[in-house]
Ligand binder design. Sequence first.
Ligand SMILES: Cc1cc2nc3c(=O)[nH]c(=O)nc-3n(C[C@H](O)[C@H](O)[C@H](O)COP(=O)(O)OP(=O)(O)OC[C@H]3O[C@@H](n4cnc5c(N)ncnc54)[C@H](O)[C@@H]3O)c2cc1C
Length: 207
Amino acid sequence: MTFRADRHVHILIIGGGVIGTSVAYHLARDGAKDVLLVEKAMLTHGCTWHAAGLVGQLRGKRNLTPLMKNSVYVFDRLEAETGQHIAWKKVGSLRLAGSPERWSEIRRSMTQAKSFGVECHSLSADEAAARFPYIIRDGIEGAVFIPGDGYIDPYSLTMAYAKGARMFGAKIEEGVCVEEIVIHNRRAFGVVTNGGVIPPVNNGLQK
Ligand SMILES: Cc1cc2nc3c(=O)[nH]c(=O)nc-3n(C[C@H](O)[C@H](O)[C@H](O)COP(=O)(O)OP(=O)(O)OC[C@H]3O[C@@H](n4cnc5c(N)ncnc54)[C@H](O)[C@@H]3O)c2cc1C
């Protein structure tokens, strides 16, 4: 396999959905050099395009709550930072529990969320209905209201991350499909794409 020395990167990101562009944005913003994102079709062509865009910080898994809290923190500044409209509507969310078991699960998540500084309020069925009158109160054991939740346009968010990533020096190439990851001595030494091979910087294999 021939590696071209003129085509190398430190960090290659495969896939231009909301996750890939977010990773590119955060790395480039933190000063990473030679960041390249390749997308086989166009940005947002995967799952991201289909997402409803609901942003909820209450999570069952411990590591996901701070991650979502940080996402909200980023959404709060991203539009001003990049100039790209993201339709971030921080309207809050209501999560309803329709059984005692679900209510106890939600309360456990609330305790965890509060320990990470996420503002959340426990509500009765009547208090929840006061916020959203269409709720049928029968069988509702309790509810949680999270003022910092909301919804966002996933397409625009991805475009904002991409714009921010480029602003901080990352490169994004659409129409580039990764066809193989080259493994050498159990390490990844580049990728084969439909547009040629991309080796990492200083991998010792360039010719
Ligand atoms: C109907 C629906 C509703 C949803 N609602 C919500 C919601 O309300 N809230 C929420 O948080 N999440 C929601 N999700 C989940 C959310 O959409 C995904 O978690 C998120 O979009 C995943 O982003 P991603 O960047 O990992 O993946 P993707 O958006 O799928 O991006 C992967 C990208 O990689 C590219 N790619 C794949 N293979 C290659 C290759 N070999 N070379 C180059 N590029 C490649 C693809 O073209 C694609 O663009 C929803 C999902 C669906 C389907």
